[in-house]
Design a protein around this ligand. Structure first.
Ligand code: BG6
Length: 483
C-alpha cells in the first residue's frame, strides 16, 4: 500500500500536565505512533511541563515508560530513542512565575506552537494569561483544551471568556475525542458521500433512531470526578450529543470547520427540552463479589447516574415527530457503540399481514467492530407461500478494507495532528459547547429539584427495567447490547 501519511510542518508541542494520566496514556503514545508513521518532521519538539522537578533526561525516562506501558505493541529501542531525542521538560508553576522564562526560551520562532492544557479547567485562565504575558501567544500559537469543558453553562461561558481574553476562537481546539474516531467521521462519509441514504434521511421515512454507547467498565479509580458529573455530563452533553448532531444535521455546503460546526449547532439549538418521564437514570448495583456504583465512588448515598436513557426530539422540518432514543452507561453487558436508523414500514403490504411486518434498519457500529449492516426484507426461501424474512447486508470495515482498516490512527493521534495542521473541523466551537450546556442544564436542575434517585440495575445487564419501558411505551424496542 502506498503511504498516504503527509508530514506536518515543524512544531513545538508543549504539554501542560506532561506527567499526568492523559499525557501518559494517550498523548505521548499517540505522538510516538505518529512519529513511527513518518508524520512528525525531524524538527518537531515535544516539551512536557508540570509542577514536579525533572530534568530532560528524567522526563524522557517517564515518557519511555509510558510508551512501553500504554502502546499496544512494545516499542523498539532504536526508534524509541530517536523519538525521545525530541522530548524535553520544563518545570513550571502555572499560578506563579517559575519556569515561564525557561519555557519561552525553548519555544522556537518560526515553528508552529501548540499548547496542550492537559490539566484541570481551573488552570486554563492562568496558563492562557501567562502564555500571553511571556510572549508565546503569537499568531502561530494554538491551545488545546480537554473535556470537561465546564460543568454547566455558566462555567463553560466563564472558560470561553477567559480563553478569549488571550486567544482567538480560531486558535482554540476543544477536544471531544469521539470526533477523532475513524468511524464517527465515517458517519459524515456515509451520509454525504452516498446518494442512497440522503433522500430517506428524514421523518417521512425514518421511524426512529437509536444511539447506544455501552461500556463494561465501572467508575472505579475516577470516583471523585465521576460522582460530580454522572453519565449526563460525562457522556451525553458531549459524546452522544456529537453523534446525534452528525446523524441529524443538514448537509454542510463543504467539509470545512465552520460549515460543519454551523450545522451541528443548529441541531443542538433545535433540541426540545426533554420531559422528565422521557428520561431514565440508573446506577449499577453491587454483586455478591463486586461493589456497586456507590462503593466505587465511596459515597453510600450518591444520587449520580451511571446510566441514562432518554427520548429526544429535534424540532425542525427534517425530524419533527421522529424520536431519537439515546442511552449510555457503565458496567453494561457489552462494550459497544452503535447508531441504528430504523426506517418505517412500507405503506401497504401487498403480501398480506400473515407475511409478517418488516423494517429496514441501517445499523452503524462505531466500536469495537466497525462496520455497517443494512437489514433488507426478502422472501424466505423454499415452498410455503410468500413469507418474508429480514437478512443483513453486512459490511465489516476490517474485512472490506483489509490491512488499511488496521492502520487507522487512534482518536488522539488524529486530533493532535489536526491541531498542528490548523484544522478545527473535528473540534467543538465555543458556541456549540455553550448550546449543549444550555440544553443539559435544565434537565439536571430538574433532577436536583425533585431529588431524583437513579434506579439500580444489575452489572452486566442492559440497564434498568424502566429503560425498556421507555421504548416499549411507544411500541418500539431497544436493539440488543452486544459487541
Ligand atoms: C470519556 C469519559 O470521555 O469517554 C469516560 O470520561 C468514558 O467515562 C470514555 O469511559 C469512553 O471513551 P471510549 O473511547 O472508550 O468510548
Amino acid at each position: 500500500m502506498v503511504s498516504r501519511v503527509i508530514p506536518v510542518d515543524p512544531f513545538d508541542l508543549v504539554i501542560f500536565g506532561g506527567t499526568g494520566d492523559l499525557a501518559r496514556r494517550k498523548i505521548l503514545p499517540g505522538l510516538y505512533r505518529r512519529y513511527l508513521a513518518g508524520q512528525m518532521p525531524e524538527e518537531a519538539r515535544i516539551i512536557g511541563a508540570a509542577r514536579t522537578e525533572h530534568d530532560d533526561a528524567e522526563y524522557r525516562g517517564i515518557v519511555g515508560d509510558a510508551i512501553r506501558e500504554f502502546n499496544d505493541t512494545p516499542p523498539q529501542d532504536g526508534p524509541l530513542e530517536d523519538f525521545l531525542d525530541r522530548v524535553g521538560y520544563v518545570m513550571i508553576d502555572a499560578r506563579g512565575d517559575e519556569g515561564w522564562d525557561d519555557l519561552a526560551s525553548r519555544v522556537r520562532e518560526g515553528a508552529i506552537r501548540a499548547f496542550y492544557f492537559s490539566v484541570g479547567p481551573s488552570l486554563f485562565g492562568d496558563l492562557a494569561e501567562r502564555l500571553h504575558r511571556y510572549g508565546m501567544a503569537n499568531d502561530a500559537a494554538r491551545i488545546v483544551v480537554e473535556k470537561p469543558f465546564g460543568h454547566d453553562l455558566a462555567s463553560a461561558r466563564a472558560l470561553n471568556d477567559v480563553l478569549a481574553q488571550h486567544f482567538e476562537e480560531g486558535q482554540i481546539y476543544r477536544i471531544d475525542h469521539y470526533l477523532g474516531k475513524e468511524t464517527v467521521q465515517n458517519l459524515m462519509a456515509v451520509r454525504f458521500g452516498n446518494m442512497l441514504f440522503e433522500p430517506l434521511w428524514n421523518a417521512q421515512y425514518v421511524d426512529h433512531i437509536q444511539i447506544t454507547v455501552a461500556e463494561t467498565v465501572g467508575v472505579g479509580g475516577r470516583g471523585d470526578y465521576y460522582d460530580k458529573s454522572g453519565a449526563m455530563r460525562d457522556m451525553v452533553q458531549n459524546h452522544l450529543m456529537q453523534l446525534l448532531c452528525l446523524i441529524a444535521m443538514e448537509p454542510p455546503a463543504k467539509y470545512d470547520p465552520d460549515a460543519v460546526r454551523d450545522e451541528k449547532l443548529k441541531v443542538i439549538r433545535a433540541l426540545e427540552p426533554v420531559q422528565p418521564h422521557h428520561i431514565v437514570r440508573g446506577q449499577y448495583a453491587a454483586t455478591p463479589t463486586e461493589g456497586g456504583y456507590r462503593d466505587d465512588v465511596e459515597a453510600p448515598r450518591s444520587r449520580t447516574e451511571s446510566f441514562i436513557a432518554m427520548k429526544m426530539h429535534v424540532s425542525n422540518w427534517r425530524w419533527a415527530g421522529t424520536p431519537f432514543y439515546v442511552r449510555t452507561g457503565k458496567r453494561l453487558r457489552a462494550r459497544t457503540s452503535e447508531i441504528a436508523v430504523v426506517f418505517k414500514d412500507t405503506p401497504h403490504s401487498i403480501f398480506g399481514p400473515e407475511a409478517g411486518g418488516h423494517r429496514n434498519v441501517l445499523a452503524i457500529q462505531l466500536q469495537p467492530n466497525e462496520g455497517m449492516t443494512l437489514s433488507v426484507t426478502i422472501k424466505e426461501p423454499g415452498p410455503g407461500g410468500m413469507r418474508l424474512i429480514d437478512v443483513p447486508l453486512d459490511m465489516s470495515f476490517a474485512e472490506a478494507l483489509g490491512p488499511e482498516a488496521e492502520e487507522v490512527p487512534d482518536a488522539y493521534e488524529r486530533l493532535i495532528m489536526d491541531v498542528i495542521r490548523g484544522n478545527q473541523t473535528l473540534f467543538m466551537r465555543g458556541d456549540e459547547v455553550e448550546a449543549a450546556w444550555a440544553w443539559t442544564d435544565p434537565i439536571i436542575a430538574g433532577w436536583e429539584a425533585r431529588n431524583d434517585v437513579p434506579k439500580p440495575y444489575d452489572a452486566g445487564s442492559s440497564g434498568p427495567e424502566d429503560a425498556t419501558a421507555l421504548t416499549a411505551r411507544d411500541g418500539r424496542s431497544w436493539r440488543e447490547i452486544k459487541s
